[in-house]
Design a protein around this ligand. Structure first.
Ligand code: 4NP
Length: 161
């Protein structure tokens, strides 16, 4: 689907859609709203199907809530082939997620498919590490990285207009 002026549809992708990508969706939506970008739409999904229908992990919702982002209402879903027609940007949290997205990408896909962290303007790492099997610190680190990349993505989208 072609991009319309002043609009952007962004899909964030991780493995389970219960930690990183719902955080990215909530943070990006909140920062885009603060930046006055009314025509930006965001969604998130996982490459895997284990958590389809589940709310985000409680460690994720707690860490997000501590910074003022409300994401507990989100429900996990799996990446679908029609997502490539519906989103202008499909942004993966790590290189394994990106590989899985690329494997599903149809020939002639017009969406920008890439790593979310490529939009960060600071010296951030290339990937948002999976926090699922680690401690609480990992969830705070996800927020730090996602905030940096969201701010950069917003600058990119504004510059495009
Ligand atoms: P996410 O984290 O990809 O950031 O949602 C994970 C969630 C669940 C699992 C792995 C990563 N899991 O193996 O169930």
């Amino acid at each position: 689907m072609p991009e319309e002026a002043n609009s952007a549809r962004v899909l964030f992708v991780c493995l389970g859609n219960i930690c990183r990508s719902p955080t990215a969706q909530g943070v990006f939506e909140s920062l885009a709203k603060q930046a006055g970008m009314a025509n930006v739409q965001a969604d998130s999904c996982g490459t895997g199907d284990w958590h389809v229908g589940s709310a985000p992990d409680s460690r994720t919702t707690d860490a997000a809530a501590a910074r003022g982002y409300a994401i507990a209402h989100l429900r996990a879903r799996q990446l679908q082939s029609h997502d490539f027609d519906r989103f202008d940007y499909i942004l993966a949290m790590d290189k394994a997620n990106l590989h899985d997205v690329q494997m599903m990408s149809p020939r002639g896909c017009r969406s920008h498919v890439g790593l979310f962290m490529d939009f960060a303007r600071d010296r951030s790492p290339a990937e948002v590490p999976d926090p699922y099997y680690g401690g609480n610190k990992g969830f705070d680190q996800v927020l730090n990285l996602v905030e940096a990349a969201s701010a950069g993505l917003i600058l990119t989208l504004k510059a495009r207009r």
